[in-house]
Ligand binder design. Structure first.
Ligand code: PLP
Length: 379
């Protein structure tokens, strides 16, 4: 197979930008002309448009997804020693802010087919000190929110949805209703990091909630704990989305659903190419969520992962490992409560997952080139 003309990337932001360049460049120029760099009209307009898109009462923009998680936890008045349950198989930011605030991260395993947090494991981990659950909608589909909300109700817990990888995904409740990821729990937290499904051209993030009081508190904490200028009611942080990023996000938000369609097309192509392959387990779709494919993640069965990545790299095909080390085995998060073997699903996944290029600009020629080479190595 011959190499394709264009360099294959995990995420191709340049080709995506080229399609919206005229609009984006004009929007940036407009911000420069108006010099309302912070809290300007673009930020307010983006906030309103995202509220409308998500069907949520309040969107509070902030500087990044990690801040969003931290501010949400601060606003819920979680106190040192409070236990917060989250998945062992996630990006570090989720557990990082829990630890940073002096809260106790309680890690639980995930389910092997969808990579989402294991509901039975959550239930087992609940103690009288548990205050919140942080489900991570990993790789672009929702955790089982009906079950999580039922547990939260039963035990009086907050639910902080980490929806950094699943913005735009619909969760379908058993009662037939559908809601956007991040709008079901107490508060949803997302990231606009460039490679995320709705990415800006720098850093950005947001929190969503339907609770008026909580929204006001989040807004206050994100702004140095002040509700009126120079009057500080609590210790806060400084976390803002800037106007240039908001202007870019307004343009990309209009395309977000189309981006999900493009990602699903690529995922379907991969699924078809690898269907029933004994060495390649394709990612399962949860019945209660649609998938926006932040990542397309295979589980390798009896394949040397280092060797296949080297082989693919020799064909100019990148492939990444999300994530190589479970949180409970990371040096920073070592804890006498946990040891190797405690989270067998996560440990197995960390050893066998491999994510293929996934973005909005993958054409059939490229997908054919990628799948042909993966299959060639796995024959
Ligand atoms: C990207 C990400 C974050 C953090 O977002 P930043 O904007 O990079 O701070 C948090 N959680 C998950 C699951 C993520 O993928």
């Amino acid at each position: 197979m011959t190499k394709t003309a264009k360099k294959i990337q995990m995420v191709d932001l340049k080709s995506q930008y080229e399609k919206i360049k005229t609009e984006v460049d004009a929007a940036i120029q407009n911000v420069l002309d108006n010099t309302a760099f912070i809290n300007g009209p673009e930020v307010k307009a983006f906030q309103a448009e995202l509220e409308q898109y998500l069907g949520v009462k309040h969107v509070i923009p902030c500087a990044n997804g990690t801040d969003a998680l931290q501010i949400a936890m601060m606003a819920l008045d979680l106190k040192p020693g409070d236990e917060v349950i989250t998945a062992d198989f996630t990006y570090v930011a989720t557990a990082e802010v829990i630890a940073l605030l002096g809260l106790k991260p309680v890690l639980v395993d995930v389910v092997p087919d969808t990579f989402e947090i294991d509901i039975q494991a959550i239930e087992k981990a609940i103690t009288p000190k548990t205050k919140a659950i942080v489900p991570v909608h990993l790789f672009g589909q929702c955790a089982d929110m009906d079950a999580i909300m039922a547990l939260a109700k039963k035990h009086n817990l907050y639910v902080i949805e980490d929806t950094a990888q699943a913005i735009g995904a619909n969760y379908k409740s058993a009662d037939g209703s559908a809601k956007k990821a991040g709008t079901i729990g107490t508060v949803g937290c997302t990231s606009f990091f460039p490679s995320k499904n709705l990415g800006c051209y720098g850093d950005g993030g947001a929190m969503y909630t339907n609770d008026d009081q909580l929204a006001a508190k989040i807004r206050m904490i994100a702004n140095h704990g002040q509700s009126v200028q120079y009057v500080h009611d609590s210790i806060g942080v400084n976390s803002r989305l800037d106007s240039i990023q908001a202007a870019i996000l307004r343009i990309k938000l209009r395309d977000l659903d189309n981006y999900a369609v493009a990602r699903n097309k690529a995922a379907n192509y991969y699924d078809k190419a690898f269907a029933n392959h004994p060495k390649l387990k394709t990612p399962a779709r949860a019945k209660f969520s649609d998938h926006v494919f932040h990542q397309y993640t295979l589980q390798l069965v009896g394949v040397d992962r280092t060797a296949i990545r080297e082989y693919l790299a020799s064909k100019d095909i990148p492939a990444m490992i999300y994530y190589p080390i479970p949180l409970h085995l990371q040096k920073a998060y070592l804890d006498p409560r946990y040891k190797a073997g405690d989270f067998p699903v996560t440990e197995k996944l960390c050893a066998c997952v491999m994510s293929l290029p996934m973005h909005t600009e993958l054409d059939e020629e490229t997908l054919n080139y990628i799948t042909t080479n993966v299959l060639e190595f796995c024959k």
